[in-house]
Design a protein around this ligand. Structure first.
Ligand SMILES: [Ca+2]
Length: 251
């Protein structure tokens, strides 16, 4: 090996090292660029959430931090696992959220809301954490809208999809215009009565009030984004690093 080729290898190794150091920084910086040029911060779409790489899914609220969900190798409708929601009694709750970036509720209901579930009976609920609602007790208009499976919900014993929940009925944890006393009403009616409502977080949950139970959830759909929950990262987890290498060596 000549001195020149040895030196070239050294340069390549240095480039690889730089790419490895740079790639995570790029990945971390990306979501923040979404806020440029828009009044409400954009929530990035997380198409995959795994035990090692939750991609923004979890519990950002300290008063709910113990109500954790877990990642399971058991499947709903695909082959890579799911999100497991489990409670051990009526006082327990299990939930996972993702930022919705403060999009308008009226815009959110223009796109499909849904998720896949496998449990003996339909169990999981969908949550929309709002601010900007009208008529409630909180100054910032905070409430949570909840969709729960009714008697006509899609069967889930062999895996099923709760689709088009934006057309369904929801109840509100706070009394607000259009949704009072925890009575389920059409989401469209809530939207009409709360024109300034925005969605800060969305999520899936079990409890409070359920007897000990568990369910598997997957393919959570909101605002044009579907998140696949999987137990493990894909085997080709170096894909993004490979792209960096490709751009380095392609230039
Ligand atoms: Ca999955």
């Amino acid at each position: 090996m000549s001195i020149n080729s040895t030196r070239r290898v050294g340069v390549v190794v240095a480039l690889l090292g730089a790419a490895a150091l740079t790639a995570p920084a790029i990945a971390t910086a990306l979501p923040s660029t979404g806020s440029l040029g828009s009044s409400a911060p954009e929530a990035s779409c997380s198409t995959l959430s795994t035990e090692a790489t939750p991609n923004g899914w979890g519990i950002p609220f300290t008063d709910e931090k113990d109500q954790t969900a877990s990642y399971s190798a058991d499947n709903v409708l695909d082959k890579d696992g799911s999100l497991k929601l489990a409670v051990d009694g009526t006082g327990d709750r299990s939930v996972s959220y993702h930022s919705a970036g403060g999009i308008k509720l009226s815009d959110a209901v223009g796109k499909a809301i849904g998720f896949a579930e496998r449990a003996a009976t339909p169990t999981a609920a969908f949550q929309l954490r709002l601010t900007g609602t009208t008529g409630g007790k909180f100054e910032n208009g905070f409430t949570t809208l909840v969709w729960v499976p009714g008697p006509d919900a899609t069967p889930t014993a062999d895996g099923g999809v709760h689709a088009d929940l934006q057309k369904g009925v929801w109840w509100s944890t706070q009394n607000i215009e259009g949704a009072k006393d925890r009575v389920s009403v059409p989401l469209a009616d809530i939207v009409a009565a709360n024109p300034n409502a925005v969605v800060d977080h969305y999520g899936v949950s079990v409890g409070t009030g359920s007897a000990a139970t568990s369910t598997l959830v997957d393919a959570v759909q909101f605002n044009g984004c579907t998140t696949n929950f999987a137990k493990k990262d894909p085997a080709s987890g170096t894909g993004s690093l490979g792209d960096v290498f490709g751009s380095l060596f392609g230039s």
